[in-house]
Each structure stands twice: as structure tokens, then as C-alpha cells.
Design a protein. Structure first.
Length: 353
């Protein structure tokens, strides 16, 4: 297939593109190259004839429509988004503009493009929207998110993604656009921007800096290795039922404090320091509206498409730690630019008078 991928220079998008190209697909990558995008993530495919890049901001409706017409894809995989919860607390409007308005622009461009296709190609066209489990809100100590869980977003980021999910559903129901939606758990792996928890812990440890843990570290997440996620996305694209939602989870729940101490232990072995890295851990004020627990029931995608995560958490963490140890040339310029390690998301609304 010829695939158009939005946000392909980002963490998940680049993993998806590397896999898609390896599988023989041609990929047209649209990316605005905002702060978390890195073309180096695609150095292994950048010179291949099956890969094309265009710098396009989805907030620009005309440029988005032009790019879709130029790419002439068989399918669109929409991953471009502002994704960091803490940044959404400090600056929510950027998330609305990109995640909501940008998605609407892309949907309209996809609708117009599909309507121009001959009959068979029009029927075969697919629009896959990649979303998050955070749209479902928070879980208590028990239970799992399913595809029919109610939407209860608690952060501006989660609300913006919930809004984009609803837009995708509406374009499917109203205009007949053949849409699919996936909601994934927390991703990790190589090439993840240092503002996210796992690379932040690794790089803070290596720099001898404080390793901040929000609250008491009791919050629980389900961790999904990024390459497993890429496999799942292609499975949904190729065999998922139009109009359906598929939850993608790693079956690897872990408390934040346990995750951090595991990473410190791995670093103690891989690159010993003068003291255990865990001594750098510091508990800091929690962020506003911090969801307690996320956990995915990925039974639907397993039963219908035969997908399940193949990377155990300790194996994935070990691979991730080693990648950051081996790729200082990738992350050093980011930290030298003072981006990715600063504390964000501490702004609270003033209480009513």
C-alpha cells in the first residue's frame, strides 16, 4: 500500500514508518517538525525511494489538502498530535489547535480526496486515527478500559484527544469515511523525547540529576513497547473492521515508583556510578488532575486480529536503557537545548473568590 502517515518524525510515528517500509509499503510522511519531532528517527529509511517527506502543519487546511492530493494514499494513519499532559496543563490551546482543529482539517482533506477516487479505490481507502487510553479517564485499583468505556478525560490533552476521536467517528457516520480508531496505553522505547517518564528517568540518572517522581509514585500505567504498537497499527489497518475501535495495551501494569526503581537497577548494572542511581530519586508535588491508574483490555484486537504484545516489560526496558546509553548523539543536543527535562504542568487555576 501507499500510506500517508502524519507525525512520522515523532516517537510512535517513526517506529510505524520504519516497520511499514520494512514490510514493503511506500510511505508519505507529513510532519510539522515541532519540538518533539526528529528527522534522525528515520535516518534508516530517509534515502529510500519508498519514503517521501513533506513539512506540513495540519493546522493549515489548504496545505494539508494539497499534501493529501499529492500523496495519493491508499490509507491515512493519523498520529500527529501534541501529547504531553504537563504541557497541556501549561498551554492547553496548542492542544486544541493541533489535536482538534488539525484532525478536522485532515478529515476533510481525506473526505474530499476519497470522493475523487474511482469506485474500487474509494471502497478500499482507510483512515486510521491513533488515540490514547487517557480519553477514558482514570481507573481505581481494579478494572480495565474496554472499547465501550465511557469517555471521561481529565486533562486538556486527554480532552483534546477525546474530541478528535469524536470527530473521526462523526466523519465516519455522517460522510461514510472508512475510519478506524485505536486507543493505546503508555508507549516506551527508543527515540522517545526526554520529557516522557522513562527517558527522563534514564537521562536524569546519567546526568547525576534529581529523578523526580510525582506524588508518592503510586500511579499505575500499562506499558506498551513502541514496536509492538507499530505491529498492532498495521494489523488494524490491514484487517480491522471499518467503524470499529480497537484498544491496544501492553499487559504490563506497573506503579511509577516501581518502574523508576527498575530503571535505576538496570542502569546500576549497565553503567555503574559511585552510588546507586535510586539515591537520586526525589518525590515532588503531584501534577493537577493526575489520573491514578490506566489499564487496557486488549481482548478485542487479540480475538479479531490475532495481535498481542510480544515484548515483556523487563525486556523492553532493558532494550530502551541500552538504546539511550548507545545513542548520546541523539539525545545530547536535545538536553543542550534545555528542552525535555524542565518541570512543566504545575499551573493550577486560581480558586474562585
Amino acid at each position: 500500500m501507499k500510506l500517508l502517515v502524519t507525525g512520522g518524525c515523532g516517537f510512535i510515528g517513526s517506529a510505524l514508518i520504519r516497520l511499514a517500509v520494512a514490510r514493503g509499503h511506500a510511505v508519505f510522511n507529513l510532519d510539522a517538525l515541532t519540538y518533539a519531532a526528529n528527522p534522525a528517527n528515520l535516518s534508516s529509511v530517509a534515502d529510500l525511494p519508498s519514503y517521501t517527506f513533506a513539512k506540513v502543519d495540519l493546522r493549515d487546511a489548504a496545505a494539508t489538502a494539497d499534501a493529501v492530493r499529492q500523496a495519493r494514499p491508499d490509507a491515512i494513519l493519523h498520529l500527529a498530535a501534541e501529547t504531553h499532559v504537563d504541557r497541556s496543563i501549561d498551554g492547553p490551546m496548542a492542544f486544541i489547535e493541533t489535536n482538534v482543529s488539525g484532525t478536522a482539517n485532515l478529515l476533510q482533506a481525506a473526505r474530499d480526496y476519497r470522493d475523487s477516487l474511482p469506485h474500487q479505490k474509494r471502497d478500499d481507502f482507510r483512515f486510521l486515527h491513533v488515540s490514547t487510553d487517557e480519553v477514558y479517564g482514570a481507573l481505581g485499583a481494579e478494572g480495565l478500559f474496554t472499547e465501550t468505556s465511557a469517555y471521561q478525560p481529565n486533562s486538556p490533552y486527554a480532552a483534546s484527544k477525546a474530541s478528535s476521536d469524536m470527530l473521526v467517528r462523526a466523519w465516519g457516520k455522517t460522510y461514510g469515511l472508512p475510519v478506524l480508531i485505536t486507543n493505546c496505553s503508555n508507549n516506551y522505547g527508543p527515540c522517545q523525547f526526554p520529557e516522557k517518564l522513562i527517558p527522563m528517568v534514564i537521562l536524569s540518572a546519567l546526568r547525576g540529576a534529581t529523578i523526580p517522581v510525582y506524588g508518592g509514585g503510586e500511579n499505575v500505567r500499562d506499558w506498551l513497547f513502541v514496536e509492538d504498537h507499530a505491529e498492532a497499527l498495521l494489523a488494524v489497518l490491514e484487517a480491522g473492521r471499518v467503524g470499529e475501535v480497537y484498544n491496544i495495551g501492553g499487559n504490563a501494569e506497573c506503579r511509577n515508583i516501581d518502574l523508576v526503581t527498575r530503571l535505576c537497577s538496570m542502569l546500576d548494572t549497565a553503567r555503574p556510578a559511585t552510588r546507586p542511581y535510586a539515591e537520586q530519586i526525589s518525590f515532588v508535588t503531584d501534577r493537577p488532575g493526575h489520573d491514578f491508574r490506566y489499564a487496557i483490555d486488549a481482548g478485542k484486537i487479540k480475538v479479531e486480529l490475532g495481535w498481542r504484545p510480544s515484548t515483556a516489560l523487563d525486556d523492553g526496558l532493558a532494550r530502551t536503557v541500552q538504546w539511550y546509553l548507545d545513542n548520546e548523539a541523539w539525545w545530547r543536543p536535545i538536553l543542550d537545548g534545555r528542552c525535555g527535562q524542565e518541570r512543566l504542568g504545575t499551573r493550577r487555576a486560581s480558586p474562585p473568590a
